[in-house]
Design a protein around this ligand. Structure first.
Ligand code: F6P
Length: 380
């Protein structure tokens, strides 16, 4: 019988974080289990900083609220944790033993890890070290392995679709090419799905290295048919054939941490090149953090609630070291071993890199076929 659980929200925020927290908390209340939340993700676990959630008024009315009431941290990996010393020096240290000690001393029977590939890698490593973890797949990028869908993704697609709709009217008015850069470092799910839902003409994703001439051809063909405007959706991780992704180092983050790579800027490059190749004026809009903030869609609220309640059910059954997933439309779970794939070494590369185990768009995916069928140019 479990008596006391803790929630940890980690990584870039998504709409739906609070809905998952609420579902776990409410299921705890239903079953008389104490529910706590570590503050600011893995930072809270390292510093043993947490608050009680069941019966707490601040954890009420949070279903439609964006963000996370218990915060979240990016670039906090307990196996490679940034420690700033009094003399100003910085070292990266393995603080996982400290985390295990905290959880044991606090008496948490389970820690729910709400996060993406990096978070779930740490969850698996911490499970091996003795913490009963249950992962819940979060990310707007929809790139966590073993599940069909992550919470937060649907809202991001919704926001991108609305942006495309708005860009459509201004593109048409001014006879311009409107490029929308969306998130997605190694997986183009947001770009692909929003291109379909928004009726874009071109979608460039990391999985299909693009030839800009193909995109220009598609736009020129539209021009010949009297359509003097076009909509292009670009994943931040899209890149031309034989060229690397557009990245830059995040300010203040040590390269050795393996988490310093920031994406962004590909949309501007695409806009400039398409302007040169088509003679049409081109503008780029970078959607950025709009995709992560704000209220979740109804779909994400339901998905998050299902994920949270299912995770608690599994905890009550004593199943740990797992990730809740959706497979073929049904809630299920898989071992975190499957989620990390070949990335077995404890404390090794955690995520957010080309080497991490992420679910990318495959060429036989229905979305790719649908996009091609309706004439969306994928840059190949
Ligand atoms: O993983 C989600 C994501 O939204 C990526 O698509 C993006 O590159 C990244 O987070 C940026 O996060 P931050 O700037 O918060 O580190």
């Amino acid at each position: 019988m479990i008596k006391k659980v803790a929630i940890l929200a980690n990584g870039g925020d998504v709409a739906g974080f609070n809905a998952v927290i609420r579902a776990i908390k409410k299921t705890c209340e239903t079953h008389g289990i104490e529910c706590y939340g570590f503050l600011d993700g893995f930072r809270g676990l390292v510093n043993n900083n947490y608050i009680r959630l069941d019966g707490n008024p601040m954890a009420s009315g949070i279903l439609p609220k964006g963000g996370s009431i218990i915060g979240s941290s990016t670039n906090a990996i307990v196996f490679h944790y940034k420690v700033e010393h009094e003399d100003g020096t910085v070292t990266y240290e393995d603080l996982s033993d400290q985390c295990v000690k905290n959880v044991m001393e606090d008496g948490f029977d389970c820690v729910f890890t709400l996060g993406g590939d990096s978070t779930q890698k740490s969850a698996r490593d911490l499970f091996i070290k003795g913490i009963n973890t249950i992962g819940i797949p979060k990310t707007i990028d929809n790139d966590v392995t073993c599940t069909d869908v992550t919470f937060g993704y649907n809202t991001a697609v919704h926001v991108a679709t609305e942006a495309i709709d708005r860009l459509h009217t201004t593109a048409e008015t001014h006879h311009r090419i409107m490029v929308l850069e969306v998130m997605g470092r190694f997986a183009g799910w947001i770009a692909l799905e929003s291109a379909i839902s928004g009726g874009a003409d071109v979608a460039l994703i990391p999985e299909i290295p693009y030839d800009i001439n193909k995109a220009a051809e598609a736009i020129n063909k539209r021009k010949e048919h009297g359509k003097k405007f076009s909509i292009v959706v670009v994943s931040e991780g899209a890149h031309p054939l034989n060229e690397k992704q557009t990245t830059h180092a995040a300010e203040g983050i040590d390269d050795k941490a393996g988490i310093s790579i920031k994406f962004g800027g590909e949309g501007n490059r695409v806009a400039k090149e398409l302007q040169d190749l088509t003679g049409l004026e081109a503008r780029c809009t970078i959607l950025g953090y709009m995709q992560r903030g704000g209220t979740p869609t109804a779909y994400d609220r339901v998905l998050s609630t299902k994920y949270g309640a299912k995770a608690m059910e599994l905890a009550m059954e004593g199943k740990f070291g797992i990730l809740t997933v959706v497979k073929n439309g049904k809630l299920d779970y898989v071992s975190l071993e499957d989620v990390v794939g070949e990335n077995k070494e404890i404390g090794a590369v955690q995520g957010g890199t080309a080497e991490s185990s992420v679910r990318v768009v495959t060429m036989n995916d229905e979305l790719v076929k649908t996009a091609r069928d309706v004439g969306i140019c994928l840059g190949d």
